[in-house]
Design a binder for this molecule. Structure first.
Ligand code: HEC
Length: 224
């Protein structure tokens, strides 16, 4: 049942022949105008233009795409700080220190990023026994070999930024400052395996020997 009839009131347009005719005429007008305008648009669509990367004889080199002028710098990519972006000092030697101050926040960030990006192959302790390696990928050297322990911190930044052998570059995935944070954390891992414990104060020694806190599963693991 139609609601208008139930309410007892005739809908505004019903039975109005004149208005219906006017509406039809208007529809026709709009449709024909659209047709005419549509026909005009064809010309503009077909006008001569350069398609990106298509061949074109307008330029001497026959290419529609223009090469980027030499020295062009994309916005936000000046990368003028050589040490920060390349890991090398002015004389091109690899940096022996971070290009920014080392803080606990930096180290914690490095630990987190290392565990995400590097540990699948290098293992959480840097021994080179990550899951991917255990399933057949080439085994990387342990970070604890003398050669890598003696390598300047800039070397780790360099390897991450450029790749090394079968290891791909991580420059696209890991922002510059995070790569440095990871390099700092790798140094921490190295220190963790090669620290002369006779340098510790008695208090530090006692803290080191104490069982780990319960929230780290200390109770359980101290028994094994
Ligand atoms: C997909 C596995 C994989 C991941 C992920 C990975 N690496 Fe590697 N890495 C390797 C392999 C394999 C080698 C040895 C490459 C070779 O000798 O061909 C290597 C070598 C290295 C070396 C030693 C270079 C040398 O002089 O011997 C360093 C340092 C290193 N990686 C750091 C990192 C860091 C830092 C990360 C995290 C950002 C990382 N890698 C992520 C597989 C990986």
């Amino acid at each position: 049942m139609r609601p208008e009839i139930r309410s007892g009131r005739a809908p505004e347009w019903s039975g109005c022949g004149v208005r219906r005719g006017a509406l039809r005429a208007l529809t026709l007008l709009v449709a024909s105008t659209a047709l005419v305008l549509g026909a005009c648009r064809q010309d503009m669509q077909d006008q001569p233009r350069i398609k990106p990367l298509a061949e074109n004889d307008f330029f001497a080199d026959g290419s529609g795409a223009r090469p980027i002028p030499q020295g062009t710098v994309a916005r936000g990519h000046l990368d003028a700080d050589k040490a920060l972006y390349t890991g090398r000092a002015a004389d091109d030697s690899l940096l022996t220190e971070l290009p920014f101050p080392l803080t606990r926040t930096v180290l914690e960030r490095g630990q987190e990023r290392f565990n995400i990006f590097c540990s699948p192959c290098h293992g959480r302790t840097g021994m080179g026994d990550g899951m991917v390696v255990r399933r057949g990928y080439k085994q990387p050297p342990s970070y604890h070999v003398d050669r890598l322990r003696m390598a300047p911190v800039g070397y780790f930044f360099f390897v991450m930024s450029n790749g090394f052998g079968v290891m791909p570059s991580y420059a696209a995935q890991i922002p510059v400052t995070d790569r440095w944070a990871i390099a700092a954390y790798v140094r921490t891992l190295q220190l963790s395996q090669h620290f002369d414990s006779s340098q510790l104060t008695p208090e530090e020694r006692a803290r080191l020997d104490a069982p780990p806190p319960a929230e780290l599963g200390g109770e359980e693991s101290s028994e094994h």
